[in-house]
Design a protein around this ligand. Structure first.
Ligand code: ADP
Ligand code: MG
Length: 188
C-alpha cells in the first residue's frame, strides 16, 4: 500500500512538472527566429547579454538536454541553426547525420548537436566518446534520441515539429525544473 502511495505521489509530481506549449512557425525564417529565442532562453543570464555577440566566444549557458523530434525534413536542424546563430555562431551548421555529433566548443559554453538517425547501436555514441558531452553544464540538442536509448540522457525539454499546411507546428514539453525554466522564458 505504502508502495502504491509512493508511486502515485511520484506520478502526480511528474505530471505537475510536465507542461506543454506550442507555436506555429509559418516558414523557415520563423523556425530560425524560434531557434534564436530558444538560445536566449538557455542563456545563464538572459538579461545581461551584449547586443553584439562576438563570434567564437559564446554565451554562458544553463545547459541541458533537448530532444528534437519529427520526421526527416521537419526542421530540427534548421531550429538548431537558429539556436547557434542566437549564440553568436555565424559559421555553417551542418546536419551531423554521418558524423553523429557536431561539437561547438566556445570559450564560454559548449554546445553539441547530435543526429542519431543512422546510429545502428546506441553504444556507437560511447565508441565516439560522445557520451562525455552529456555533461549537465553543456547544452545538447539531440535528433532521433530514441536511437540512442540507454545511452542518451532523458530530456529536460522535448521539442516536436510537425507539418502544418506550408509551415510547421512546434510542440514543446518541459520535463524537469531546468526544462520548465527554459519553457517559461519562451512562454512567460
Ligand atoms: P530535419 O533536421 O528535421 O530533418 P531540416 O532542418 O534539415 O530538417 O530541413 C527542414 C526543411 O524544412 C528545410 O528545407 C527548411 O527550409 C524547411 N523549413 C524549416 N522550417 C520551416 C517552416 N517553419 N515552414 C516551412 N518550411 C520549413
Ligand atoms: Mg536534421
Amino acid at each position: 500500500m505504502a508502495c502504491l502511495i509512493n508511486f502515485l505521489s511520484f506520478a502526480v509530481i511528474l505530471c505537475a512538472m510536465t507542461s506543454e506549449y506550442q507555436i506555429q512557425l509559418e516558414d523557415e525564417a520563423a523556425t530560425l527566429r524560434f531557434g534564436a529565442a530558444l538560445a536566449r532562453a538557455t542563456f545563464f543570464d538572459p538579461e545581461n547579454v551584449p547586443t553584439e555577440l562576438i563570434e567564437g566566444i559564446g554565451v554562458p549557458t544553463i545547459g541541458g538536454i533537448i530532444h528534437l523530434q519529427g520526421d526527416l525534413g521537419a526542421g530540427k536542424t534548421t531550429l538548431t541553426r537558429g539556436l547557434m546563430r542566437g549564440y553568436g555562431y555565424r559559421g555553417a551548421v551542418k546536419s551531423p547525420t554521418y558524423t553523429i555529433v557536431e561539437p561547438y566548443e566556445f570559450e564560454r559554453c559548449c554546445i553539441y548537436h547530435f543526429d542519431l538517425y543512422r546510429l545502428l547501436d546506441p553504444e556507437e555514441v560511447e565508441y565516439l566518446g560522445a557520451d562525455d558531452y552529456f555533461n549537465r553544464a553543456n547544452l545538447c540538442l539531440i535528433e532521433w534520441a530514441e536511437n540512442g536509448a540507454g545511452i542518451v540522457p532523458a530530456a529536460d525539454l522535448k521539442i516536436e515539429i510537425e507539418s502544418a499546411g506550408t509551415g510547421r507546428l512546434l510542440k514543446c514539453q518541459s520535463l524537469t525544473d531546468k526544462g520548465a525554466t527554459i519553457a517559461k522564458r519562451l512562454w512567460p
